[in-house]
Write a protein that binds this ligand. Sequence first.
Ligand SMILES: NC(=O)NC(NC(N)=O)C(=O)[O-]
Length: 369
Amino acid sequence: MYQKVPAFTEFNEFASNSTGGKILFATDDFFAACENIISDKDPVNLPEEFTEFGKWMDGWETRRKRTPGHDWCILKLASKCIIAGFLVDTAFFTGNFAPRYSIQAARLTPDEEALIPKRISRMGTAASESDLELMSLLSTDKWEEIVPITVLQPGYENTRMNFQKVVSDEAWTHLRLNIYPDGGIARLRVFAEVKPDIPPSDQLVDLASMLNGARSIDFSNAHFGHPKNILKPGKSAVMADGWETARRLDRPSIITKNKDGTLKVPGEEWAIFELGFPGRAKEICIDTTQFKGNFPDTVKIEGAFLKNEYTNASDIDWEIIVKPYKLSPNKEHWISCHSEVINHIRVTMAPDGGFSRLRLYGFVETDLI
Ligand SMILES: NC(=O)NC(NC(N)=O)C(=O)[O-]
């Protein structure tokens, strides 16, 4: 049985590898390296797997502390953002999960970040005394406690998901995750809203990038992968890191084609995104990388400028930006386009399937921000 997932998990995620999060420091990596907590993959359990240090664990696990203090790590977020909530997943850490945690946040300048000692990430290691002394150069008044010391539940199927809502309007660049006194956690997910600087109006910007504030706000189907994945930076490394729907069950028993080569198959799946900035679209990329036997036949893109908060897709007067466009497997499709000023798009795939990334380059309409 799975736990109920809070609404803040619909926000983009800013700690994991695929979005550009980074572990900068950890006091101890004895049983399992801290980088595991930002892995994109869901944690796995390999009960028979042991390393020279102990039981192999898919997460960050420190040694049992026999000295004063507690363990902690520093993580750089993919972008400066306002945090809506956390997931501390203790999956498969049962007799060895960290019993309590807290989170502090900071806005660090590049000079301040440079004070953090270079990290050696290896199982069996711990930060040296001199590294810990260097860390004390980072003034403590930079770090604000945004999650107080909080009890964690063990990594059983029905207790592993430790969700924590955050209510604050401040934007942060770095997090310090404290575990008390030691132990393991499998993953840390940080759900947040990015507050990017406004780019100049003569610069082409990816208006659909999550790092520029784009977000997924509605969709018809996300069975295998959430549409918010297509807004992530960089290429997708696995098929799970994309938007993928279930196969539509209303497809005909035998598939045939229209004269123009499109499929004679009813039905489509759609997702709606709020763009990071209002602007005019100039070039769109639909990237089917990783999707080989399950890319959509076609994708259509429409845009709209909404003055008010989005409520319902059918109430909107959508302008077609890219007519149904025939796709190929495992490939970037770059399409030139021209739109009016828009701040939302509807992406419709027919009849179903998945793709990994969407780019929408355009000029920002700075007067409307
Ligand atoms: N069986 C274990 O998991 N033992 C120890 N942890 C690892 N990973 O070996 C521990 O700290 O309890």
